[in-house]
Design a binder for this molecule. Structure first.
Ligand code: NAP
Ligand code: MG
Length: 491
């Protein structure tokens, strides 16, 4: 790995993007690169990005160890001030970040601008406040004065997936930093560019060198080297259950705590007493962002008596969706991130066809020269069908019916996942009953994606280990210590 005087950068739609690592407060280049293309037009190469290796990982961990020495000794309000400065830079650059992320992963530009990127700034602000508000617990018992002290743990590795990379990565880095840990972030290789931009504002915000490092590369190379380094004290991962198993092995080897936010197969249960129109509209919006949303309600469960009414409305709302360029305000359905991912989605639907599942609509590419897949609805032959049991992460939903509450709950809880659930009903008691019975980290009733950043967030079953959000993430990133002083022994 070489340090270059003039670092690698490109101009994308007039926005300069530096594509090397950010380690110890400096841009550092790798001799080799990987290519990043736009899902909006796969012939459009956006950038060559530094491809980190084992030496990059070692260098980043060393820098993070040095950064930790200074950062962990700063007071929570002082760290919070610096995190708020970074949030200010994000707020001042929303248009740039949204544009780059839209080109890189094809998320809808309008929602990036209005919702997703502003949330990234809020991630830092929320954790700046939470860490500063924290009160140590003190009490007397057994003749001793006790204090629970939350100590920063050390360098934390944060590894993130390609969907909504900027919002998700900041959501994971903010609590680590607020707790006093230094951070090494590795974004996904399919959408690394918006986080390359973030590195431009880290020094100006006031982070001491080595506190917040961003490295780029391939999971099985750079990611694996980072998670295997015994100097790393926390691993915070979001991605697929398959990768989580590798990460878990690495964490076990070094006896390091890790959290894993993984895939989902959320149920969206619609009861006969619900506002069927609102439910159908929300169900249809699960196709947005090409269904590449871990929390999406991809299994529609509808009470048998309203099936036809619901499906008529759902089909009508889906018919109003517009496929197209994600920069276009009229577009509601973006393309898949990558040709390999599109092939995966396609393979799920093709195998459903072979299995005898009924394709109600969709089931093919929208046009041959792009990465768009038609919004697809499948009525499975049985609850065991692969399209019901496995996360597809594409614009493919299933629909099944239930006859009573018990069946709705049993279907909702019938997969190995447990990330999210949605319930549509007007009955308050039923909302409580079903909401409590669904095994998932978050259940929304008559709404979707509303988030309070102080609430716990995570998955049950193969959807994850640990909880993010609020003080839950601060606890994860801290080593808790009990200090006991014999009463009357000191003055
Ligand atoms: P992935 O393949 O598991 O990759 C996630 C990250 O791990 C990437 O940065 C990847 O690098 C890296 N990685 C791969 N192998 C590794 C290894 N052996 N050691 C260390 N790091 C490694 O997941 P994805 O396809 O990017 O993302 C989609 C998945 O994420 C879906 O299952 C989705 O549901 C889930 N997700 C969950 C949440 C949540 O909050 N629960 C949120 C968003 C997404 P490369 O990019 O180089 O492969
Ligand atoms: Mg990309």
């Amino acid at each position: 790995m070489n340090k270059t005087v003039q670092d690698r950068h490109v101009e994308i739609e007039g926005i300069p993007v530096r594509t090397d690592h950010f380690i110890g407060g400096e841009r550092i280049a790798s001799p080799t690169t990987f290519e990043v293309r736009s899902p909006l037009d796969w012939s459009w190469k956006l950038a060559d990005v530094s491809r980190g290796d084992a030496s990059t990982a070692a260098r980043a961990v060393e820098a993070a160890q040095q950064g930790f020495e200074t950062w962990s000794r700063m007071s929570p309000p002082e760290r919070g001030r610096i995190m708020n400065n970074l949030a200010d830079s994000i707020d001042a650059n929303i248009e740039k970040i949204a544009t780059i992320e839209c080109l890189d992963m094809a998320m809808l530009l309008d929602s990036l601008r209005k919702r997703v990127i502003p949330r990234a700034a809020r991630n830092f602000r929320a954790y700046a406040d939470l860490a500063a508000e924290y009160q140590e617990r003190t009490w007397c018992s057994n003749g001793t004065h006790n204090t629970v002290i939350r100590m920063p743990a050390g360098p934390a590795v944060v590894i993130t997936p390609w969907n909504a990379p900027f919002m998700l990565s900041t959501w994971k880095c903010a609590p680590a930093l607020a707790a006093g840990n230094s951070v090494i972030l590795k974004p996904a290789e399919w959408s690394p560019l918006s986080l390359s931009l973030l590195a431009d504002w880290i020094n100006d915000a006031g982070f001491p060198p080595g506190t917040f490092n961003i490295v780029q590369g391939i999971g099985g190379e750079l990611g694996q080297s980072l998670t295997g380094d015994p100097r790393v004290k926390r691993i915070s991962f979001t991605g697929s259950p398959e990768t989580a198993r590798h990460i878990g092995h690495a964490a076990a080897e070094n006896i390091v705590p890790f959290t894993a936010e993984l895939g989902g197969k959320g149920a969206l249960a619609v009861f006969a007493d619900a506002d069927i129109d609102a439910a159908a509209q929300k169900a249809s919006s699960q196709f947005h962002d090409s269904g590449q949303v871990c929390l999406a309600g991809t299994r529609i469960l509808v009470e048998e008596s309203i099936r036809d009414d619901f499906l008529e409305k759902f089909t009508m709302y889906t018919g109003k969706q517009v496929q197209g360029d994600s920069r276009d305000m009229a577009t509601t359905l973006s393309p898949a991130i990558h040709p390999d991912h599109l092939e995966k989605v396609e393979a799920f639907v093709n195998s459903a066809r072979k299995n005898g599942d009924k394709i109600i609509f969709g089931g093919r590419r929208w046009k041959q020269d792009g990465l768009w897949y038609e919004p697809t609805l499948i009525e499975p032959k049985s609850n065991d069908s692969e399209v019901v049991q496995r996360e597809i992460f594409g614009p493919v939903l299933t629909v099944q019916t239930f006859v009573d509450e018990a069946e709705s709950i049993s279907l909702a809880n019938s997969t190995a996942y447990g990330l999210s659930g949605m319930v549509y009903t007007r009955d308050a008691a039923k909302a409580e009953r079903i909401g409590r019975a669904i095994r998932a980290g978050t259940v929304w009733v008559n709404t979707f994606l509303v988030r309070d950043l102080t609430a716990p967030f995570g998955g049950m079953g193969i959807s994850g280990i640990g909880r993010e959000g609020g003080h839950y993430a601060l606890e994860f990133h801290s080593d808790l210590k009990t200090l006991q002083i014999l009463e009357g022994s000191v003055a």
